[in-house]
Design a binder for this molecule. Sequence first.
Ligand code: ZN
Length: 244
Amino acid sequence: MRIAFISDIHANYEALQTVLEDIETQSIDEIVSLGDIVGYGPNPNECAAVVKERCEKSVLGNHDQAALGLLSTEYFNEIAKQATQWTINNLSEDTKAYLSSLPFTEKIEDVRLNHSSPLDPEKWTYVLTLEEAKRQFAGFDERICFIGHSHVPIVLEQGAERPSAIRYPSDEPLELFPDRRYIVNVGSVGQPRDRDPRSAYVWYDTQLQTLCLRRLDYEVQTVREKIREAGLPEFLGNRLVEGM
Ligand code: ZN
């Protein structure tokens, strides 16, 4: 089976459509969403409707929770606060109902799915250091956990020794070792932050034991214009062009 993992769409409909078109070409059996469907971008309801229709499994992200008014934005920066308020004001009843139904954790056989991290997923911890990765590997039983949240794609590998980080190349399948465990950050569909503005997603082939990071150009200037027209902070459109 080949599973596509999409995360951090952030209401960017053009990026989502581009990713779904690519998924059609990659012999994918199932699509999974790892959260932050909404927040920052101009099309939260359109993106939520597509995810609801196309994804077999879907977990809650911190921005989805904030859009439901269930997470304090005290620790968000000023622009994130403004964008959250805009999203709260523009969320349809259907989107609210869908986001409210999402769990923090899902599973597919020996694969775990979380937005931020497997250990205490409701705390929205970032897995940015090997020290944190070590703590997280001890916090789940499955062999592989797929996450998003940082918007930076990376593979964390746990062998017999301490964990190590692999910066996986795009469009080249990466082989996984059967006796090792993994935390895989799949990057962001709608707001990449690794200085590469191309949309990112990952597929995982359960038989071949390979991962592939896909990077795709999309209509970023259209989204930038929509952000401006919606009255969202212009910075949110500019950052998409920079990929940061
Ligand atoms: Zn996010």
